[in-house]
Design a protein around this ligand. Structure first.
Ligand code: PMP
Length: 417
């Protein structure tokens, strides 16, 4: 991340005033104050383009997909499959058929755990994940270990919240059947060097799964350049709808995977004797999917591409650095997670005031932050803490909003003194 000479000058390229105007919710007030939304890591807000795309779908195209011969069904199918094209291209996937729609990151990881890893796991095998994982990249593996006798091992992180690379390399042994790694930590903001980690794993024949929930909104992602085997993501983190996300994996991996759930859509032919499955991605999309959600996700991709992911990344890198400096100037505030390479997230403690008290009080200033363990209990516990307060940012945030947060925090401290 390059450090700008002047905190007050954001890089040219992203017109934040225009971006803000695209997000209707930013017009509202909370407790009579303008909304300062600093909880994008939990769920981003939606631009008008995404809201309109889902609204249009229900108004003009709504029908079930794939099976219908009538016009609406065909148009709905085109819209759904068109969203797959957009998402696959956004990830630079070699083929659109390698993009499986799921409910989100959580379902994508569970899909890999059950459909790919379970049949390949033996007692004593190992799965390694970092100590900074979201529970979505811990619990599915733990469940698998409990029923197979495999072992889940955490890769330690240092005091800055960075992966211990020496420990990682030492842990890559013959027993390891999968590495699960978050791209950007939602609790600490750390950006992990996925390409380097994936290369080392690949050299040992070990697949690496990326939890990309927090990276897609902040930077361009190219799954081929990353060299990972699985990439999982959620639409709602990248300004799209909830209930839609996906899994990317190379075709030979998807083709070798068992189906996850059985039902309609995923079959070619069913008799009581046996069922023939559709090829991927249909094989993993049993039942009626979130059609409008996929269409909205496609609109989110268009929106981000229109802004330009390089512009998004440059603006956010500046804002993160400037906002961190602004918050660190608040007496008693301690940033948790100080990795050299970070994105989107500032976790902090503030004197010994409980984060829930901070969050509740500053809500009355219109400021929305998240408090707690951020679904990453082991990461927060690593710092000897039960909880932190977390401000997370997106394309619509400004440094002035962090001034509001800092001012609100000063008032919280006054209340507790
Ligand atoms: N991984 C990370 C890093 C996350 O931040 C989240 C959402 N907080 C998830 C996984 C889970 O995503 P979802 O709830 O959309 O499945």
């Amino acid at each position: 991340m390059s450090v700008p000479a002047n905190h007050l000058n954001p890089p040219a390229g992203l017109d934040v005033a225009r971006v803000r105007a695209d997000f209707p919710i930013l017009q509202r007030t909370v407790h009579g104050k303008p909304l300062v939304y600093l909880d994008t890591a939990a769920s981003a807000q939606r631009p008008e383009a995404v809201i309109k795309a889902t609204d249009d779908f229900y108004r003009r195209l709504n029908a079930n997909i794939h099976r219908g011969v009538h016009t609406l069904s065909q148009e709905a199918t085109d819209a759904y499959e068109g969203a797959r094209d957009k998402m696959a291209a956004f990830l630079n996937a070699p083929s659109r058929d390698e993009l499986v729609f799921t409910r989100g990151t959580t379902e994508a990881i569970n899909l890999v755990a059950q459909a790919w890893l379970r049949p390949r796991l033996n007692p004593g095998d190992e799965i390694i994940v970092s100590q900074m994982e979201h529970h979505a990249n811990i619990v599915p593996w733990q469940m698998l270990c409990e029923s197979t006798g495999a072992v889940l091992k955490p890769i330690p992180i240092n005091d800055a919240g960075e992966l211990d690379l020496d420990a990682y390399h030492a842990m890559l042994n013959d027993r390891v059947k999968l590495v699960g790694m978050v791209h950007v930590s939602n609790a600490l903001g750390t950006v992990n060097p996925i390409a380097e980690l994936a290369r080392a794993a690949r050299e040992k024949g070990i697949p690496l799964l990326v939890d990309g929930a927090q990276s897609l909104p902040h930077q361009a992602v190219d799954v081929q350049a990353l060299g990972c085997t699985f990439f999982c993501f959620s639409g709602h983190k990248m300004y799209g709808p909830t209930g839609i996300g996906g899994l990317w994996a190379p075709m030979e991996v998807l083709a070798a995977m068992e189906p996850y759930q059985g039902g309609g859509e995923m079959i070619k032919k069913v008799t009581f004797e046996r069922t023939e499955y559709n090829p991927p991605p249909g094989k993993f999309e049993a039942g009626t999917p979130n059609i409008a959600g996929a269409v909205g996700l496609g609109a989110a991709v268009d929106y981000l591409l229109d802004l330009g992911m390089d512009q998004v990344a440059a603006y956010e890198a500046w804002l993160l650095q400037a906002a961190t400096a602004r918050l660190e100037a608040v007496e008693g505030l301690q940033v948790v997670g100080t990795a050299a390479h970070k994105a989107g997230v500032i976790s902090f403690t503030f004197d010994d005031i409980h984060p829930h008290d901070i969050g509740t009080i500053i809500d009355h200033h219109g400021v929305a932050i998240r408090t707690g363990h951020h679904c990453a209990m082991p990461a927060i516990a690593r710092f000897g803490l039960p909880a932190t307060a977390r401000a997370s940012l997106g394309i619509y945030n400004t440094l002035e909003e962090f001034d509001v947060l800092a001012g609100a925090l000063e008032q919280v401290r006054d209340m507790f003194r």
